[in-house]
Ligand binder design. Sequence first.
Ligand code: ME8
Length: 646
Amino acid sequence: MNKFYITTPIYYPSGKWHIGHCYTTVICDALARFHRMKGEDVFFTTGTDEHGQKVEKEAAKRGVSPLEFITPLVNEMKEMWSLLDISYDRFVRTTDSAHEECVKKIYEKLYKSGDIYKAEYEGFYCVPCESMWTEAQLVDGKCPDCGREVEKRKEESYFFRLSKYAPAILKHYEENPEFLQPKSRVNEMVNNFLKEGLQDLSVSRTNVKWGVPLPFDEKHTAYVWIDALLNYVSSLGYLTEDDSLFKRYWAADLHLMGKEIVRFHAIIWPAILMALGLPLPKRNYGHGWLLIGGEKLSKSKESGSEELTDPYELIKRYGADAVRYFLLREIPFGSDGEYTNERFLLRVNADLANDFGNLVSRTEAMMLQNFGCVPKRGKEEPLDKELIGLAESAFAKVEDAMNRLNAPEALSAIFALVSRANKYIDETTPWALAKDPEKKERLGAVLYNLAEVVRMTAVLLKPFLINSPALVLKSLSQDESAGFEALKFGLMKGGEKIEKLAPLFPRIDVKKELQAVAEFVRANRKKENPVEKEESVKEKISIEDFDRIELKVGEVVACEKVKKSEKLLHETVKIGEEFRSVVSGIGKFYTPEEMIGKKIVLVTNLKPAKLCGVLSEGMILCAEDENGVLSLVTPEKAMGSGGSVR
Ligand code: ME8
């Protein structure tokens, strides 16, 4: 039996999900289901990429542990996959102890073999992308991937001997044209990275605590990208006592991903596998993006558009099948595709409500009305034979497209059959045949042919849509779990009971719906951006109001951590001749030693309060950046304590 190991990247659980996130996973799911229906031994994995500085900072901002912060977001992601009926066999969290153990063992192995070594390191780090760049790679001094500011960093680090593997990777590309697709990505990798040779890669961090500590040097944590890539083998129990899954499924048959992360999968990952002496994945495919206004739909760039991109809301409004169908059909595979609500609604209306929904409802209604069940197969005329031929040859076209991972083409072959069947209704005019008792036999033959096409279409659609194919099969008293062996014309005997279906995809009034969606998006944006709202709602205050706040310069003369709190520091602040006890939530950004001697600005007339049992008689002012990093507000010129701030 053929095996098929397929993976999605593991996702950053940011909580700001958009329809673009569903793209990779829905395609993988359709492929996994397709191969299962062919009777193959499929293993399909996905998961979450949970370590790194971003998570550490977000958690600190909220005063919770990284795991406490991330777990609800992981659960949200799982819920989204369950709404979309994603049939993964394993969900890997990089915080799972089994994964962490695997990461440690792999680092240990590579350290022992000399593929990982220690050295000093300087570069430019993009915090949101968790990527390090050399100066030459920056574009206008900014991150070449996302265009945001980068931080210059110098640190001691462990390096992976990536440079050693460049020639072998190039050779592998040449000898295995399937390894990296589409072809344009090969050119990109070769021209932008491999041709000039590779530099060794820093694979550990000392400044990121939220990561897997290296077994041979616990000051260092694993670089998040290596940690993440290793999920593809940790998910199979690589280097554990029971590695039967690894033996059964490795090497991966397909890693599918967005084009922005091809570099990691097509250069770093094969080099690591080579260093481990493991066979390389058979195929990597870097798909295109869903765009809004020509830009990648992304969680960090607010588009300000009125498109509804929230998958939960889209599923709630139109159903999981419509969302899956849109993603699988509308975006040309391998290229970018513009996302708009209008395109979504038009596509769903045209194909699912009009073509497929109509074919099913017309065929079933006419059978019920004239026979009360599926009629018997009749004598076939040339027109019938053409339709039957098309139905029987559809699978080969779908299979050919799916072998090339091209779901839009596969669906287009299935919908060519749907259109042909609708045209067949117009050509055979069953409503006219029904009026003439002498033509009852012909009517039966026509409706039988249509019923078989509906049944076969439902089987063909099963990898792509979830609910509607099952409903259609059930309504014709057919086995919902049918595989592709059911794609033979003529399997129904006649006499099958028909259960009347509610419309599978109700027609949408596109104009009205677009208005409703735009209103929904506007209202929700206000809800989601409480900051924006707060700022606009905050009233103007008078100078007298401001005067009621007493602000003074103080000097921190003693400072210690508040017990059992990662976030709180307890300062003793000198204000002129007075000493005050102050508790502040800056423990993630300043050590007690750093605080001592600092001149700070303090609100001195706040009512005293107790925080974690410690008295606080004032509030230290800080500025906060967009990543939640706090920075103390201090007087710009040297001055003593006690001065007032106005
Ligand atoms: O990259 N259109 O995770 P991620 C199409 N954790 N696909 C999109 C998209 C869009 N607008 N936006 C995101 C990561 N995606 C790493 C992976 S794997 C070892 C580590 C796709 O959450 C993206 O291309 O940023 C990728 O395939 C997936 O969503 C997860 O992206």
